[in-house]
Design a protein around this ligand. Structure first.
Ligand code: SF4
Length: 407
């Protein structure tokens, strides 16, 4: 598995696989290819269907703008081609072509240059193997992570700052989000209602949802957020971090440790299944984000490995089958609300795990639920994997036309 730091990438929304991965790939292309006269970009697979709504064309254009060369686009829907794009540059040395695959969470691979792939850091890639080591050595997950990666604090501190900043900014803004859906921001309004609320439980829940909305609305508007594990699902971990820092007043070290443990679970999901809505449906994005938050929260509360694993497993299990059907290709409906529901479910999963481990042995391991997620994702039809050809994406279009009064 790769570094846990790669689960938390800071970058512009609205989609890790449509904007962040493309931005990173184009920047990489520019450092490897010189004397570019013009660029021809072809968006392929589900990127061809939803790239426009996700602003993929804008991000490619802005990356090549400093070179002052013409950039043109072609959309090619080929369902046998993975989610990706092709860059064809006319240069002093002839045409240079890269076939680039966006594999989720802002990561990309280049068919012609496998040496550019990020390094594998962890030998073990299943939780059962990690559990064995932890049992032998008497380790918590954090000890295991520290035995492999001692230098995570700096990148995770940067990620934490960017997460908290995205929530802070999102809570102060009003107005309409980018795109044609005419959806207005709600984070500030939800937060105002939270602090006026008399019921303590409702206040906490409303605050959590406001935090998740704040980050997810920033993402939808193309602002800088943090993948966890993707940009579409960025609000879940951001809400947890804001709640733990602002409301629970947890120490910064505790927050960073929570990010580490949550990142381990996101890493295992990415390695053994996927964190891309285009590959596995929304279960791979929001489901994994929920599992990460549940594991991270239990770890921050000082729970042992068994409780932490059970928290993540419960959170993931009850997202199995969740489809990805963004309306008009925008990461707005159902994405923003979905972040707010997942943070509540993450805390509930942690609560259940903390109490149920004393009552019974869990029958479903985290590895088993991730394998089920991978299998379920492979069985989902393409219409429900970020193509906007099915689900809410078509129902909303058919019933409400362009006028949306409910998000
Ligand atoms: S529905 Fe889920 S997976 Fe699809 S774009 Fe929205 S958040 Fe991402």
């Amino acid at each position: 598995m790769k570094s846990i730091a790669t689960i938390y990438r800071i970058g512009p929304g609205p989609s890790s696989s449509h904007t962040l991965a493309l931005k990173r790939a184009c920047e990489c292309f520019k450092t490897h290819v010189s004397s570019i006269h013009s660029i021809h970009a072809t968006l392929v697979g589900s990127l061809a269907l939803t790239g426009k709504g996700h602003f993929s064309d804008e991000i490619i254009r802005s990356c090549f703008k400093p070179l002052d060369c013409p950039v043109d686009f072609k959309l090619e829907w080929d369902q046998s081609y993975p989610h990706g794009f092709i860059l064809d540059a006319s240069t002093d040395h002839g045409h240079i072509i890269w076939h680039i695959f966006s594999i989720g969470g802002g990561a990309f691979e280049v068919a012609e240059h496998p040496e550019l792939n990020e390094k594998e850091i962890y030998d073990l890639s299943t939780l059962s193997a990690i559990n064995q080591i932890c049992e032998q050595k008497g380790w918590q997950y954090l000890d295991y992570i520290h035995s492999i990666e001692a230098d995570l604090d700096q990148p995770l501190n940067e990620a934490l700052d960017a997460m908290l900043a995205s929530v802070d900014r999102g809570l102060t803004k009003t107005g309409y989000l980018r795109g044609k859906l005419n959806v207005n921001r709600c984070a500030m309004g939800l937060y105002d209602q939270a602090i006026k609320c008399k019921d303590l439980k409702e206040t906490v829940d409303l605050k959590l949802m406001a935090y998740a909305f704040a980050a997810a609305e920033e993402n939808a508007d193309g602002k800088v957020v943090v993948t966890a594990p993707t940009l579409g699902s960025c609000g879940v971990m951001a809400a947890l971090m804001m709640y733990a820092s602002h409301d629970l007043k947890m120490e910064r070290t505790t927050l960073i440790n929570g990010l580490k443990v949550a990142g381990l679970f996101g890493n295992i999901a990415r390695e053994n299944a996927s964190v891309s809505g285009a590959i596995g449906g929304c279960q791979a994005e929001i489901g994994v984000a929920c599992a990460m938050a549940a594991a991270g929260y239990s770890a921050m509360l000082g729970c042992d490995n068994r409780v932490v694993e059970t928290s993540a497993e419960i959170a993931m299990e009850h997202h199995l089958g969740l489809t990805c059907d963004p309306v008009d290709g925008y990461v707005i409906i159902p994405c923003i609300e979905r972040n707010s529901q997942a943070i509540l479910r993450a805390l509930d999963a942690s609560l259940l795990a903390r109490n149920i481990v004393a009552l019974r042995q869990n029958k479903v391991s985290f590895d088993a639920v991730i394998d089920t997620m991978r299998y379920t994702g492979s069985m989902l039809p393409k219409e429900l994997k970020e193509t906007s050809l099915g689900g809410l994406a078509t129902v909303i279009g058919q019933t409400n036309g362009d006028t949306l009064c409910h998000q």
